[in-house]
Write a new protein. Structure first.
Length: 173
């Protein structure tokens, strides 16, 4: 009895990978890791960026409400409780257009921005920023704004949101 031990290479299937295939996968994963790791910042970095963007948008919202409704709208900051509210000309907190309820933003524990705090809110020595029907900014005393800014902090990071006099232009630094 003769046993044919020849292997037909066209029908033979190997169950492994070649060294070249494994090296290519390692190179691709390494390149992806080098690109992805710098994009992953700390929680404090992403939270302070988010808080700065939210605050700038809220300031712009108060300004647009003042222009569209032709009456004063104010943002009242409370650095001690890490919060701010948008109020109408009667001093009542307005309703949030998306969430409903009072338009108050809380930065302390229990929120998504729990690492962020309001270091200072200074609008010519007041903690209130008011926009008139033209969108011009005023301080809490009702006089035209000379300088205004809010400084947010998270761990060792700080971010400054400034409001320009006359125009109310908002910048984030």
């Amino acid at each position: 009895m003769v046993i044919d031990r020849r292997i037909d290479l066209t029908t033979c299937r190997s169950g492994g990978f070649t060294l070249m295939e494994i090296l290519m996968v390692v190179v691709i994963i390494s390149v992806a890791a080098v690109i992805a790791v710098p994009m992953m910042g700390s929680a404090a970095t992403s939270q302070i960026k988010s808080a700065g963007n939210v605050l700038a948008a809220d300031i712009e919202y108060a300004k647009s409400m003042a222009i569209s409704r032709q009456k004063n709208y104010s943002i009242v900051f409370d650095a001690a409780s890490e919060s701010y509210s948008i109020e109408d000309d009667s001093g009542n907190t307005i309703t949030h257009p998306v969430r409903g309820g009072n338009y108050t933003t809380q930065l302390s524990s229990g929120s998504d921005l729990d690492r962020v705090s309001i270091s200072t809110a200074n609008f010519d020595d007041t903690q209130t920023l008011t926009f008139n029907y033209l969108g011009s900014p005023f301080n809490g005393d009702g006089t035209a704004l000379n300088s205004g800014q809010v400084v947010l902090s998270a761990d060792e990071l700080t971010m400054t949101i400034s409001v320009e006099p006359v125009t109310g232009y908002v910048t984030i630094q």
